[in-house]
Design a protein around this ligand. Structure first.
Ligand SMILES: Cc1ncc(COP(=O)(O)OP(=O)(O)O)c(N)n1
Ligand SMILES: Cc1nc(C(=O)O)sc1CCOP(=O)(O)O
Ligand SMILES: [Mg+2]
Length: 647
């Protein structure tokens, strides 16, 4: 996948570590720390401020011994450094080695195996005045396509030209001036640079609930830019289908032609289409203009309002070998593939057309929605509890969510899962047939974590207010984070409460996390999960919940704390401070001294993350505990006692 690296400004700048953390939260895959004039102290202080779990995405120029100390992703060699080497420097396991080259000859004669090589200046430099491009992309393309090494473009890379680089044969790009030239705008600049494009080709639906307008809205929710290409004007509302005016293949292609120089679509999602001839014409055109494009076909054979398209769906099979992923719902799959939708039958079809099939399960009976993915990597079933009410256009939304996720670089399996969860949230978004798109800005929560002084943990018990009442009251009492802990509840009971608890928290601007159960955190789109030493491991939770999720870990010893931060915990719940009845099987009581020791070890290891003291803590204890340098207090009993007094 094409990788975009941000190179730091050469000078030390204000709040730099914080600004780099924000870039990581905004999806930056890698930051290259390059400060030719900085001293060792400057670099140590910058690296110390970078959140530990992002440090494996940092690559360092100079002071290479610090890379291992801070568990960085790797080192970068300048031209003068690698010219004196004959073999790859031996580093700690997993560390990458990259280097700068200034000509094709240098790349050809590079003396050892590097993870990637910069080639510069590809365009006129933005930050170095007068540093002009040495190449034309046209002449570089055939050369790069024959080079076995991964070459990254450097010099003048910006939002105007980055989209040309993958096609020219670059495996990535390194960006400096385009990110840092306008102070304070780096996150926005990065987002624009990273925004992938898709084409969405289908019908125009005046309700906006389906068709290309819906596709654009869904893609927007995923942070993807969609170019809407109309195949037809439809006359419909959410209840009735009144008619269609089809555009000719020439008219459809003319629209794509108009945007082909400014768009760089990784995926084309095709929806409503008149017939096989139009589809074939589109495939031929798309493959000639965007040879690398992935085609997702949502075979709309019948609209949710009852209109049937394509009298002979079998004819449609002829074109399957041109499609990468097909996303029929169950009735469409039966029309296309026949009644036998067993895994064996779908696997046979998938193999014979070299096609991935995602059968959308919205039309299946029962309480569980089951989507079935069949592809060369294997079969996966995605199950989700049915919730909300049916909506116009969910099929379109599902396929566009899948296409947007693919364009963002997620695997097909990850994309199918994201699409299912997204559609489930649309189903719950309103009581009418039209859904309301929702933007879930979870990375905001991760950043807010450091300002949390009180994390309230629910405690269902006889005589206590209901769990939802606890959530509401805790938020009113100023808790900036709430953890839903319902040890004796079934999954169904917890899920039901969790949806409403999340809404309450988000209305109050509080972070909402789930205790123990990662699958519920994922299903209800909580901001994160809290895991004890005996719960799911952090890597597994991260795989399930993704990069933006907050993952907390309980720790009782400095060793557990060091391990948890290295494994990628975003915060630690450290306790118990003193004995408490709220939790069974308590670890050893820590007292103030326990926290002092732990903070000391984490500081020495440069592994500072937010720390929440927990266990029997009351308001009177707080000043002394906070004065040690912990971030905040996690608590149940003290808040619940106050709730009861106030009633
Ligand atoms: C903030 C915070 N810290 C610690 C815990 C305890 O988690 P765990 O050890 O998994 O015990 P249970 O809460 O699951 O009983 C916590 N929940 N929150
Ligand atoms: C959930 C939990 N975990 C603890 C730990 O030490 O890991 S103590 C605890 C209970 C926190 O509630 P209260 O404020 O009522 O003591
Ligand atoms: Mg637990």
């Amino acid at each position: 996948m094409f990788e975009t690296i941000v190179i730091t400004s050469p000078e030390v700048i204000k709040n730099e570590a914080e600004r780099i953390n924000l870039l990581f939260l905004a999806g930056c895959p890698k930051v290259h720390v390059r400060k030719p004039n900085a001293d060792r102290g400057d670099i140590v202080s910058l690296l110390s401020g970078i959140t530990p779990r992002f440090r494996n995405r940092v690559v360092l120029s100079g002071f290479h011994d610090l890379a291992e100390l801070f568990h960085l992703g790797g080192i970068h060699l300048s031209s003068s450094e690698w010219h004196q080497m004959s073999e790859r420097p031996s580093l700690y396991p997993g560390a990458t080695v990259s280097a700068s080259c200034h000509s094709i000859e240098e790349i050809d004669h590079f003396p050892f195996d590097a993870d990637y090589l910069y080639l510069s200046p590809i365009f006129d430099s933005i930050s170095k005045e007068g540093y002009k491009s040495q190449y034309s992309l046209e002449s570089l393309t055939p050369i790069l396509q024959n080079i076995k090494r991964r070459v990254y473009a450097l010099g003048g890379v910006s939002e105007q030209n980055i989209h040309k680089l993958p096609q020219a044969g670059f495996a990535g790009a390194a960006v400096l001036g385009a990110i840092w030239s306008t102070e304070g705008m780096e996150v926005m600049k990065l987002k624009t640079l990273l925004t992938p494009h898709i084409l969405t080709i289908g019908g125009l639906d005046p309700t906006g609930g389906a068709g290309i307008t819906k596709d654009v809205a869904v893609a927007g929710d995923f942070g993807v830019r969609a170019y809407p290409i109309a195949t037809a004007i439809t006359y419909q509302n959410e209840e009735t289908y009144l008619g269609t005016d089809w555009l000719t293949p020439e008219e459809i292609i003319k629209q794509i032609d108009a945007v082909k120089h400014s768009s760089y679509p990784q995926v084309a999602k095709i929806g409503l289409i008149e017939n096989v001839l139009t589809l074939q014409a589109l495939f031929t055109y798309l493959k000639s203009v965007f040879p690398y494009i992935k085609i997702v076909w949502d075979p709309i054979l019948k609209s949710s309002t009852g209109k049937t398209f394509h009298r002979d769906p079998k004819e449609m099979q002829e074109v399957l070998c041109n499609v990468d992923v097909i996303t029929p719902n169950l009735p469409e799959a039966r029309l296309l593939f026949g009644e036998d939708l067993s895994l064996e039958a779908l696997n046979r079809i998938s193999k014979s057309y070299d096609l991935s099939i995602l059968c959308k399960g919205g039309h299946c009976e029962g309480n569980i929605v089951s989507d079935q993915l069949v592809c060369s990597e294997g079969n996966t079933t995605f199950n989700l509890l049915r919730s909300g009410s049916s909506k116009h256009g969910t099929g379109c939304a599902h396929s566009s969510a899948l296409s947007a996720s693919l364009a963002l670089g997620y695997t097909l399996e990850e994309s199918a899962s994201k699409a299912q969860i997204y559609v489930s949230s649309l189903m719950r978004s309103s009581d009418t047939l039209l859904s309301t798109p929702k933007v879930w800005n979870s990375s905001r929560s991760l950043f807010m974590l450091r300002d949390v002084k009180h994390m309230f943990i629910t405690h269902p018990a006889k005589g206590n207010p209901s769990v939802l009442m606890q959530v509401e009251l805790a938020c009113r009492m100023g808790a900036q984070a709430v953890q839903l802990r319902m040890k004796d509840a079934t999954d169904e009971e917890m899920i039901e409460v969790a949806y409403s608890a999340r809404e309450i928290c988000h209305l109050h601007g509080a972070i909402f996390t789930i205790n123990d159960r990662v699958h519920i955190a994922r299903q209800v789109r909580a901001d994160g999960v809290h895991l004890g030493q005996q719960d799911t491991d952090i890597a597994e939770a991260r795989r399930i919940l993704g990069d933006d999720a907050i993952i907390g870990r309980t720790c009782n010893t400095p060793q557990e704390a060091v391990e948890a931060v290295k494994e990628g915990a975003d915060y630690l719940g450290v306790g118990p401070y003193r004995f408490t009845k709220t939790k069974k099987k308590l670890a050893e009581v820590l007292g103030l001294e326990g926290y002092r020791k732990m903070l000391d070890v984490l500081h020495k290891e440069h592994l500072e993350v937010p720390i929440f003291a927990i266990g029997g803590i009351t308001e009177e204890d707080e000043p002394e505990i906070l004065s040690l340098g912990v971030t905040g207090i996690a608590l149940s009993g003290d808040f619940i006692r106050k709730m009861k007094c106030d009633r």
